[in-house]
Design a protein around this ligand. Sequence first.
Ligand code: SF4
Ligand code: SF4
Length: 484
Amino acid sequence: MDVRAQIVMAFHLDKCIGCHTCSISCKNIWSDRKGTEYMWWNNVETKPGIGYPRGWENQERYHGGWVRDGNQVRLNSVNRGGTLFSLFFQPHLPEIEDYYEPFDFDYGNLMGAPDSDDQPVAAAFSQVSGERIEQIKGSANWDDDLSGSRRYAAKDPNLPDARLVEAYDTIFMQYLPRICNHCLHPSCMASCPSRALYKRGEDGVVLVDQNVCKGWRFCVTACPYKKVYFNWQSGKAEKCIFCYPRVESGQVNACAQSCVGRIRYVGVVLYDAEQVADALLKDDPDLVEAMRALILDPADPQVREAAAKNGVSEQWLRSAQQSPIYPLVKQFRVAFPLHPEFRTFPMTWYIPALSPVLSVYGETHRVLEHGMIPDPQLLRIPAGYQARLLAGGNRHLIEEALRKLFAMRVYLRGENLGKPADPEVLKKAGLDAEGARQLYKLFALTGYHDRHVIPPQVRESQGPEERKKGAGVGIIKKSRREKR
Ligand code: SF4
Ligand code: SF4
């Protein structure tokens, strides 16, 4: 067992209200410089929709992630023969139309325009060329809240066309917040000829060394989530840094700290790095289970011993035990990775949204009062859609999670109203009363410090020797950059 620690974020999709506060707080802190205008390290998409950059999920076009090739995996973007050629030509990069030409408005004209019979306007201008833009044709949120429109929803690869045509008048909508997933098997890092990208040993955060990056942009193509951006001003790649300067001192990431819906959970997980190579070779529908199997029980003495041998500190082990992530991913099995079939093993996990049940059952309260668990196949958000988004197409896993989420609601609602629901409701969903209460607490009652369990790394209080050994900071192995 090669036990390592990874800091992870989970998102409860039912609670996201699409307010974009997370994106704005991230942007204000990390990407408000020249060359970063179009970079949204955190963005929130409306699904079904095309996302940002447009159509990022379509790997036929963008060639991101890994593909299985016999008994190994290889990068979808490059092969050995093609690397040299690709240094000078990257045919699968998103183009400016797939992002948008960054723009701002000439607000000064509203106050400073000379006297005229016409009302002054704040015209749009390009933040790259400074030229006026006559017509804005796109932005990071161009299809925000427009998932009922065929124009956008029909291009969502997770939605089968037939369903869209049938259900056009009842089309559903949900939000999908996205950051870099700080993957366990990051294709961005593997693709970089300069070795500028690295995964930190102590917490698994994936970073770009700005002094080493040569601007080849292999990483932009290779990341299937399109979460590496090219800074046109500096000529270097940039990406979400998981707010490491905050996290190192035990503070919560800016996006999670500011999240209005309180949908985000942050915590440490322990995983077995030895099993990653085998897990990568599973079939698409088996990938979620393979990823779950990598994550280890932080209360298991053997796991703790192996982690400690690798330099994971007692403070981090304690934190892994208190983390909200382990119960969500492993204990209750209600959290899923985004597009596991890209095989980067993303370390952000999503709790699927429940649909409004009114359209199917008429009156929600009747469903709840009678303790009926709606059939996930009849839900307005098709289980198949969520399965394609979050489970490599395995709808059984999604249905299992949705049943638990419904049963927990039905049971707790009954309990709170003094009309306890039949425990059979829970049993059918694979839960018991204690589990339901625990889930309810996690979703509805947890406070700030229960949702975000981040151990400080206290680097500043350590001498060079302690840092080298990794004592107290959870350093597991020297990262690739530290070895150089
Ligand atoms: S999401 Fe993309 S940029 Fe982030 S670690 Fe994974 S492959 Fe790299
Ligand atoms: S701040 Fe929270 S609720 Fe608002 S869009 Fe972001 S993730 Fe969703």
